[in-house]
Design a binder for this molecule. Structure first.
Ligand SMILES: Cc1cc2nc3c(=O)[nH]c(=O)nc-3n(C[C@H](O)[C@H](O)[C@H](O)COP(=O)(O)OP(=O)(O)OC[C@H]3O[C@@H](n4cnc5c(N)ncnc54)[C@H](O)[C@@H]3O)c2cc1C
Length: 281
């Protein structure tokens, strides 16, 4: 149960309050997960991010920066947000929740049915994080979102300030599989690539798989970049090979394997189609 609600006015103050609060203290963005019935987060104290002025979307020379407390709905209503991210934002089917849930909160959760993580990893998004070092000094760093996912412990307690999309011409597409719009997804998967030449390069494929977490399909990424697959089905065949998949309420392990492979074939095909239509020119 939340016993204390702490208001702060700057990233430094928020981080200080989080550190001083000790175990059981969490930031609160939109609060949709923190306050969710049955949430695994059980905060004693929350540090509000409302007073930090972190919401809003800017664009400069094709680089789009999204403030961490921007809600899903605000991002959907912005002309600056790329279409591929809007598709992922709409995976949250509840208008009420889209009006409350923040993009920073979604990233911080690293959920295994994450709406946004696969797309943001495929887009090679970067995060601007605020942190307090062991000497007590406040600092900011700019990291690839894939690092945020790979080194979870390292970034525990960091404050996400901004999400930066600095590859305006990148191809990014995603797919989500759930029983209904409001149900948890078995698989959400995205493929991103630089399509400025006649073959995809700088490929990223990321999937949020219920029960397995957010993973990258690095072998398939490399196989595509090295031109190892004569057909999209050959790439798909590799997709679920090293993954440990589990049976759960969203579907069996065999079902998840099937949709992962089918999705890789579909997304890779879409990517090749985009190249054949002139790529990023
Ligand atoms: C019924 C229901 C179903 C849901 N289903 C899904 C789903 O299928 N997929 C999905 O991805 N999400 C789901 N969610 C969770 C949620 O709605 C979204 O993930 C939302 O984007 C979370 O953002 P928030 O601002 O509300 O997070 P909050 O609840 O405010 O915070 C969530 C966590 O993120 C941390 N946090 C928040 N902002 C920051 C920041 N700027 N920097 C660092 N840490 C931060 C908090 O400390 C907390 O630990 C569901 C929620 C509900 C209520």
């Amino acid at each position: 149960m939340i016993g204390e609600f702490i208001r702060t006015a700057s990233p430094q103050e928020s981080l200080g309050a989080l550190h001083d609060g000790g175990e059981g203290t969490h930031f609160i963005g939109g609060g949709t997960e923190i306050l969710r019935l049955g949430s695994l987060i059980n905060p004693q104290k929350v540090v509000s991010l409302k007073g930090l002025n972190l919401s809003g979307i800017e664009e400069e020379k094709g680089i789009v920066s999204i403030g961490a407390t921007t809600t899903f709905q605000e991002a959907l209503e912005s002309e600056l947000v790329p279409r591929y991210l809007k598709e992922a934002l709409l995976y949250c089917g509840s208008y009420t929740r889209r009006n409350m849930g923040t993009i920073g909160g979604n990233i911080a959760l690293r959920r295994d049915d994450s709406y946004l993580a696969p797309t943001l990893i495929a887009a090679k998004a970067r995060l601007i994080l605020g942190d307090i070092a062991s000497d007590g000094k406040y600092g900011e760093e700019n990291i690839p979102i894939r690092e945020y996912h790979s080194f979870e412990e390292h970034f525990e307690g960091s404050l996400i300030l901004k999400i930066v999309l600095n590859k305006p011409k990148r191809f990014v597409a995603s797919l989500r599989y759930a029983r209904t719009m409001q149900s948890p997804a078995a698989v959400t998967i995205a493929l991103g690539a630089d399509i400025s030449s006649d073959a995809p390069h700088d490929v990223r494929i990321a999937a949020a798989i219920k029960g397995s977490g957010v993973v990258r399909l690095i072998e398939v990424e490399n196989g595509i970049m090295e031109g190892r697959y004569p057909t999209v089905e050959d790439a798909a065949a590799q997709a679920a090979q090293d993954l440990v998949l589990v049976d759960d309420i969203t579907g069996s392990a065999a079902y998840k394997k099937y949709i992962l492979t089918a999705s890789v074939a579909e997304l890779y095909k879409q990517c090749l189609d985009a190249i054949s239509k002139g790529g990023a020119q």
